[in-house]
Structures are given as C-alpha cells and as structure tokens.
Ligand binder design. Structure first.
Ligand code: FRU
Length: 458
C-alpha cells in the first residue's frame, strides 16, 4: 500500500479490511444473512453523528467478507421508537403472508425502543422486504411482542424444523426469554434462561443460539450473550454449551465457570449469518461500551470484526467454542500472510498484515512497535496462557479498562501456531486452534514499523 494512503488511513483511524461506515456512528451487526450471492450486514447506525444516537439500520453487502459495498439505510426510526438490534429471516414458506410462496419475503425482526416521559419501553417489531433486502416495509401491526418492559431487546429468530415453528430469543435484564410462533406475528412464551452466578449489575444483550459440531461429529447447542456490566470487571461475549428443547435452553452441568468468546476487550454484540448451510459465521462490533464513545473519530466511529467461522473443540477441560477467520477472509488476505521466525527482528513493510508465528519452545513473544508505541503478545504453552498488553500504544484512550491486560487460559493439547491479523486500528489474535481469540483496538499516530519475536523482545 502507498505510504501517503496509509498515513491518511492512520490519520483518520480508518481500518483497511474491517467494515466501517463512510460516516457516522455504528455499533451492533444486525440482520446478518447470506442471500442472493451476497453476505448482507445490517447494523446499528446513527448517520448524523459520531455517538450513539437515534438508531437506524445501516446496510452493506459483500461477496468476499472483506470488500463491502455500503447501501442506502434500511430502517428509520418511526413513531413507535428508534430501531435497535435484531435479525433477519428468509420466510421461505411465506408463513407471515408478507410475500407469496413464489416470492417469499425477507423479514427483519427488531426492537423498537421508545423514549417517553417515564421509563423507556422496548418491544419487538417486523419489517419485510420483497426485493432481497434492498428496501423494507414496516408491518402495520407492529409491535408484535410487547411485554411492557424497559429492557427487552435484540430478538434472534430461527426456524426449528423438529417443531415446525419459529423460535425467538430476546434478552431482558439478566435473562434470555424464549418464544415460539408459526407466523412471526403472534408469539407464545416458552422458557427463560438465567444462567448461574449472575452478578447484580450484569446485563445481557444480543443473545444468539447456534448448533456447532466438533471434529468427531458431536453436536452441541451454544447460547451466546453479550454481557455489559458497570462495576464488575468483565464485559464481553459469554457462552453456554448445552441443549435446546425447542422451547428453551439448558446449560450443561459444570458451566458455573464463565466462558468468554474472546479475551480481548473489543468483541461485542456477536451475531451469526443466516442461510450459510453447515457453516456458522459470526461477526461482532469490534468495540466495548465502556469507552466506545471516547475513541478517536474522523467523521465515523466504530467497526466490525472480521467474520469468523465457529467450531467446537473437545478439550481436557470440556467443550470449547473455537473461532477462526472465515475461509473467504483467508483467501482475500492471503497476499499479506507472512511466516515470522522466532527470535527475529523484522521491518514491517505494510499494514495490513497477517502473521503466522510458531514459537520454538514453551514460550513465545511478539512485539509490534515503533519509536512511540508498543503492543505485546506473550504465550506460555506450559501453563496454556496468552496475554496481550496494549497499554503502550502511544495515543491510547483515557480509560483504565482500555489499558488493562487481556489474558486467557487455553488447553495445552492445542497446536502452537499463532495467527495475528493486524489492521490500522486493531489486532485480532487466533491461538490454540481458535480456542483463545483476542480482539483489541489500538490508536497510534503512525504505523508499527518493527515486529520482534521470542528472546529478542525486551
Ligand atoms: C448492544 C445494544 C443492544 C441494543 C443496541 C442499541 O450493543 O445495547 O442491546 O439493541 O445496542 O444500539
């Protein structure tokens, strides 16, 4: 990449291979669906400012999960409220009646958030598209599910063949509520899932439920929630492994242990693409509510993670979810892939970069640096632990949570390669076959120019 173009990207904090909107604020990915040869990404968007504001659904699409085409806004606020997060389904049998059997609709299921005189209200609504997601019509019967709650949002809907019904999960405070429907319009309450060991200040958002298969063909249901807390130390994506009954979810015994999908600070509000067959492709908002509105901006603020393919791995400690960049991402970024030797010091010629590093011994280190900034990864295979320190990234953000170390234990039987995807404002680290994944933003004034590994790291 040309030097002046790169400098411009740095000045603007504009990532190269992660989705950003041209202008305005973005947060959660919404309505992810693979349809008509494109991956469609809708997202929480405030086009008129760089902070969270009255939410719309933005829209972009891609064929290769790297190059995105931004399209006109999909959903605008209306008299029922602003448009919060939700999902998209392909109503193939036209159960909703919004289309015809010959021309089935895409149906967006989303939260209307209404600020009133008293407490805000949240309820679930529908909008449909008969042109493959290019334009939407809101359902005149909205809202379709109203429990008069102030915290009731982020519906995820899927068709469940064994019961021949739609299933909806939505979060409410510290719970996930389950509903079923045969037409997407009228919903019956099923069960609730409360997990274990909840802290009083935890709130759950953006639930998602998928079935994953391990290499031996064993299948498990995995419930994801994004946990936001005020005081308690950890925010991020948690997951529970268990079974789905058609009406609710049961976590397996022994899940008091908190499993997080990412040991970085910048992976939140994960959602998965619909209609991808056996593949489960997840994408998240690459950010953290604690400091998201304090980060540098240049007319836009916020980006998404690279789309990742999920897997399941049986480890000595139990089942774990794995994440690796989706195969399209590997293909597209192949030209940047470099194998990095241990105990080396090399000049970094270009950003972006994809680095493969395999420590020779029990310990590995990678340091990305320039004269002002440093970001360090340390991995210890004897303990099965990875640590990332981004506190030395020059122009960092004034927030203690941003400065903290990220770390995670992983199972020691995993292969040792580390893959690092480096972009202008982020680093995504995939270790232990995708069992330990760390997503971190960083903000520095000029590109890292050296990568040092192993014993050469001081
Ligand atoms: C998660 C979230 C959702 C909500 C949306 C509002 O980041 O708080 O719960 O629907 O963002 O933009």
């Amino acid at each position: 990449m040309q030097k002046n173009k790169l400098q411009k990207l740095y000045d603007e904090h504009r990532p190269v291979f992660h989705f950003t909107s041209q202008k305005g604020w973005l947060n959660d990915p919404n309505g992810l669906i693979f349809f008509g040869g494109y991956y469609h990404l809708f997202y929480q968007h405030y086009p008129h400012g760089v902070n969270h504001g009255p939410m719309h659904w933005g829209h972009a699409r891609t064929r290769d999960l790297i190059e995105w085409e931004e399209l006109p806004l999909a959903l605008y606020p209306d008299e029922l409220g602003v448009i919060f997060s939700g999902c998209m389904v392909y109503d193939e049998n036209n159960t909703s009646g919004f289309g015809t059997v010959e021309k089935p609709p895409l149906v967006a299921v989303f939260t209307h958030h209404l600020e009133g005189k008293g407490e805000a209200l949240q309820y679930q609504s529908l909008a449909y598209s008969l042109d493959g997601g290019m334009s939407f019509q809101k359902y005149e019967g909205n809202p379709v599910l109203d429990l008069h709650l102030k915290d009731f949002r982020d519906p995820k809907v899927f068709w469940y063949p064994p019961t021949g019904k739609w299933v909806m999960l939505a979060s409410s405070g510290r719970e996930v509520l389950f509903f079923t429907s045969s037409d997407l319009k009228s919903w019956a309450f099923g069960e609730r899932f409360s997990g274990k060991g909840l802290k009083p200040d935890e709130i759950w958002e953006c639930p998602d439920l998928v079935e994953l298969e391990d290499k031996q063909g064993k299948r498990k249901w995995v419930l994801f929630v994004s946990q936001n807390t005020l005081d308690y130390i950890r925010t991020g994506i948690r997951y529970f492994i268990g079974t789905f009954t058609g009406e609710g979810f049961q976590a397996e015994a022994g899940v008091e242990e908190e499993l997080f999908a990412d040991f970085g600070r910048d992976n939140y509000a994960a959602a998965t693409y619909t209609l991808t067959g056996k593949r489960v492709i997840q994408q998240s908002w690459m950010n953290c509510w604690r400091y998201a509105e304090k980060l540098p901006e240049a007319g836009f603020r916020g980006s998404m993670t690279v789309p990742r393919e999920l897997g399941l791995r049986k480890t000595p400690e139990g089942y774990r979810v794995t994440q690796m960049p989706a195969k399209e991402v590997w293909e597209k970024l192949q030209i940047f892939l470099q194998k990095i030797p241990d105990h080396a010091e090399i000049s970094l010629a270009s950003i972006p970069g994809v680095y493969q590093y395999t420590p020779e011994g029990e310990n590995g280190k990678m340091l990305f640096c320039n004269e002002n900034s440093r970001l360090q990864i340390a991995i210890d295979f004897a303990y099965g632990k990875i640590t990332v320190d981004r506190s030395g990234c020059g122009k960092t953000v004034c927030d203690p949570y941003f400065q903290e170390l990220g770390w995670q234990y992983f199972s020691r039987d995993a292969r040792r390669e580390l893959y690092v995807f480096l972009d202008v404002t982020s680093i995504e680290i995939f270790a232990a076959e995708g069992e330990a994944v760390g997503t971190f933003q960083y903000f520095i004034d000029k590109p890292f120019d050296r990568l040092i590994t192993g014993e050469k790291v001081k």
